[in-house]
Design a protein around this ligand. Structure first.
Ligand code: EAX
Length: 342
């Protein structure tokens, strides 16, 4: 009897060893005796900042980008989006990418010429005939060249998104022709090309972060400003501006950027995911800009703005001297390449 018990005990012990001893769970073949996996890695959570309202295509496009990045990286990389300059104004956001305090930024090219001088070429007045011309240039070799300039500043450009064609607003008078701008205290972005253009038009330009603009207009420190329709509407500038002139004087692209410090933490697969998501969300954002631009002029009239169609050729002719001022900075060849892109 005793012998039977001993044999049964030995058989139970041997069976336990084969099936991974009492942990209940089956160990995959070859893992017997190893520690169980440490479990999934913690996701990399990135901070993404922009300067405008959450109803603007910048924000809606970044929400789409967040969804796609999390999908394409299986949740390994996640995004937190900070709107309305809550992580800083655009220039501060770019500085934040350089030191690694901000990971992802969607910004107009306004302040970027200060970090990548050649990028300033896109800010020349009336350089782009229309959106399709801009996309042909920015989504091709010239755009790649400009993005390459960003890398020298520690920033990776993922794709060109869109702010749109910029229009003048003010509180003093209807602006129908360049002479009507004379003496107007006009806020511009921190951009020497934009300032030179408005000086050429006879205005009195002051560079200022977008986060300070609403108050400056409300207090009368500034008479006017210039921005695309979706900015004027979504950031409620109609509450502090009476006159809107559809000058379309600058095309404002908005590169989606990631800090190189952050970029270098990503695997090759994650980098490909970011590039894919950046392009797809960029197309989505450009469509939203087009949709809102088409819808919001009438909405601005309903909000009480006096909207004036202008003869753009008058403003184009009046700003031509700005090209001579910046030809040596950007190179006549690059400017001609952009103008001649069909
Ligand atoms: O990029 O500063 C501006 O006027 C910009 O158009 C705005 O921040 C969106």
């Amino acid at each position: 009897m005793k012998k039977v018990l001993v044999v049964a005990l030995v058989l139970v012990l041997v069976a336990g060893l084969i099936t991974g001893c009492g942990g209940g769970g089956k160990q995959p073949a070859g893992d017997a005796g190893k520690q169980p996996d440490a479990g999934k890695k913690e996701p990399l959570v990135l901070k993404a900042g922009h300067s405008v309202a959450e109803t603007h295509p910048y924000h809606l496009g970044l929400v789409k980008f967040k969804e796609l990045v999390e999908q394409y990286t299986n949740g390994e990389v996640q995004l937190q989006i900070f709107a309305n300059s809550s992580l800083g104004a655009e220039r501060e956001l770019v500085e934040g990418m350089q030191i690694g305090s901000v990971d992802v930024v969607l910004s107009s090219t306004g302040p970027i010429g200060g970090f990548a001088p050649l990028m300033g070429v896109v800010d020349l007045p009336f350089l782009f005939r229309d959106e399709q011309h801009a996309y042909k240039v920015l989504d091709g070799p010239i755009g790649d060249k400009l993005m390459g300039e960003l890398e020298k500043a520690g920033i990776i450009g993922l794709a060109f998104w869109e702010n749109g064609f910029r229009n003048v607003t003010n509180n003093k008078r209807e602006v129908k022709k360049p002479e009507d701008l004379k003496g107007l205290k006009l806020r511009t972005m921190e951009n020497p090309v934009h300032m030179a253009a408005f000086k050429q038009l006879g205005a009195d330009p002051t560079p200022m972060a977008f986060s300070e603009l609403f108050t400056a207009l409300q207090t009368g420190a500034m008479d006017g400003q210039e921005n695309p329709i979706p900015i004027i509407y979504n950031n409620r500038l109609y509450e502090v501006q009476k006159y809107l002139s559809l000058t379309g004087h600058f095309y404002s692209p908005s590169p989606l950027m990631i800090s190189k410090l952050t970029w270098d933490k990503l695997s090759n697969e994650q980098k490909e995911a970011f590039k894919k998501a950046g392009k797809e969300a960029g197309a989505y954002e450009r469509n939203l800009i087009a949709q809102q631009t088409a819808e919001q002029v009438d909405k601005l009239k309903e909000k009480g703005m006096v909207v004036t169609e202008v003869d753009k050729s008058l403003f184009l002719e009046a700003t031509k001297p700005v090209y001579q001022q910046f030809e040596s900075k950007f190179g006549k060849d690059l400017i001609d390449q952009i103008i001649n892109t069909k």
